[in-house]
Write a protein that binds this ligand. Structure first.
Ligand code: MNH
Length: 466
């Protein structure tokens, strides 16, 4: 996304451009995605924004996004946002450069952890974790409203910690937030703010001195926790041989014949603890928001769920039942259409090329695919903001072009955890809908906060046992 300002006069840009500073007038640093969406609605399917001396290109039109997804012409770009995450994820899968050998090594070693049979082995742990949430929510039924987003963060963080690494944060056993989560949130905030540095480095560092020190301590703390996880596994290697950590410690990349070194294993663990819960937590929270506010959708979902586990019984889902919840799955798909919790990804040209037959891009130059706006492209009909799971009926999916829905990214660097997330989320939604009536607070209006990923803020539910 960040290339030094070059002349690309052909791209639309915001009208109030200031010399030297660029298009800073309408920037909203706290809600960059929603800000970029508003810009796209005014400027169209492709536009550029100049911030100081960086030029960012945003793409949200179906045709242009389809081109950018063409792996023969474009590939993942590690732009400024991901580069700012490198102090956290380093050469872990998410933030690795395409050229880093550790990417393909880790990809090859970890792929077996994301097959169908691997999902089967995580099912029981996922279920146990949702049941802990239910225990927590039962105590609040008919009395205290629950804070949805923080509770979803607890479920998804526990789930990835336990299934991936045999590690429990004990999120439901304590009232306050886990210190790992605190350190992680602060370090993500720090990384997000780093995208908006002042043009004078010394001044920037002076202003952020305290935050820089805090960030160092946070990164050190996270590394410490992860090293402890690795150490305790090394002491008991026979447990959990085929979870993520077991694979990383005991298998070699079939291509190079090499194992991951200790530092890379640590980077992968941190990467998975973050990438494996943030986006899923937001997706669950948004789905509950839409279910609570669209009672007819919730009723249709319950009809499907009760056909599998009758109302009044205590469901004991087996692995194979979850993918059969087709309507609940469509609720999730539609949720990720409106609020793809990873709001976009960057693509860079492999060779000099021309985008859309009009906009020249040099090799290495990149554009950001702005997912929430792509997901509202005119191909989605004339009421793209309406929540309607029917859009994902197979017949309706077939009517749309192939590249207008990409919540999990595209190509070889797309999400490795897609099936994991879908299984976890569909099962959690099913069990919650089975058990509770979800009563939203009457005056709540959806407030989407952004910290790299999107989440509903301040969303509470009153729960009633069904
Ligand atoms: Mn996930 C990459 C979205 C759940 C682990 N993920 C991506 C990308 C998107 C994405 C988009 C591509 C980013 C890019 O091109 O720069 N991920 C999601 C969403 C959910 C999600 C919307 C849930 C909903 N992701 C998960 C889960 C895990 C996970 C769960 C782990 C268990 N994701 C990853 C990893 C990558 C990734 C690791 C990087 C893959 C690679 O580049 O090799």
């Amino acid at each position: 996304m960040a290339v030094l300002a070059v002349d690309r006069p052909s791209l639309p840009h915001p009208p109030r451009r200031i010399p030297l500073l660029g298009d800073v007038l309408d920037v909203d640093v706290t809600k960059p995605t929603q800000n970029a969406m508003a810009c796209a609605q005014r400027l169209g399917p492709v536009y550029e924004r100049k911030i100081f001396n960086y030029v960012f290109t945003f793409v949200s039109g179906a045709d242009l996004a389809t081109e950018l997804n063409d792996e023969s012409r474009f590939q993942k770009h590690v732009g400024i946002a991901l580069r700012n995450l490198r102090p956290i994820g380093s050469d872990g899968l998410f933030t690795a450069y395409n050229s880093e050998p550790n990417w393909s090594k880790a990809h090859n070693i970890l792929m077996p952890a994301f097959t169908q049979s691997a999902m089967r082995s995580y099912h029981q742990t996922m279920l146990d974790t949702v049941r802990e949430l239910i225990g927590h929510w039962d105590e609040r039924c008919d009395s205290t409203p629950v804070e949805v987003t923080p509770d979803m963060t607890k479920v998804t963080l526990e789930t990835i910690g336990r299934t991936g690494f045999g590690y429990e944060f004990g999120s439901f056993d304590r009232a306050e937030q886990d210190p790992f989560v605190g350190a992680m949130i602060r370090s993500l905030t720090f990384a997000q703010k780093a995208s908006f540095t002042l043009p004078i480095p010394l001044l920037d560092r002076a202003i952020k001195r305290k935050a820089i020190r805090r960030n160092k301590a946070d990164l050190a703390y996270m590394a410490h926790v992860v090293d402890e996880v690795i150490r305790s596994r090394r002491a008991n290697p026979e447990e959990h041989r085929d979870d993520l950590l077991g694979l990383m410690l005991s298998t070699e990349d079939p291509e190079s014949g090499e194992r991951l070194d200790d530092e890379n294993v640590r980077n992968q663990v941190i990467t998975f603890l973050i990438a494996g819960h943030e986006t899923s937590s937001g997706a669950l929270s948004f789905a509950l928001y839409y279910l609570a506010n669209n009672p007819e959708v919730a009723e249709r979902a319950r009809a499907e769920i009760y056909a599998m586990w009758p109302q009044g019984t205590d469901p004991d889902p087996v692995f194979e039942q979850i993918p059969k919840l087709r309507y609940v799955r469509r609720v999730l798909d539609e949720t990720l259409r409106l609020w793809p919790t990873a709001p976009g990804y960057m693509r860079e040209a492999r060779e000099d090329t021309v985008l859309g037959g009009r906009y020249p891009m040099k090799a290495g130059e990149a554009a950001f695919v702005l997912l929430p706006q792509l997901h509202r492209d005119p191909v989605w009909g004339d009421d793209p903001d309406a929540f309607d799971p029917e859009r994902f009926l197979p017949a309706n999916v077939r009517k749309r072009p192939g590249h207008v829905y990409k919540p999990f990214g595209t190509g070889i660097r797309s999400c490795i955890g897609r099936q994991f997330a879908i299984h976890e989320i569909v099962m959690a939604l099913a069990l919650l809908l089975h058990r509770y009536d979800l009563e939203p607070e009457p005056d709540y209006e959806l407030d989407v906060t952004e910290l790299l990923t999107l989440k509903p803020e301040g969303f509470r539910l009153r729960l009633h046992r069904r």
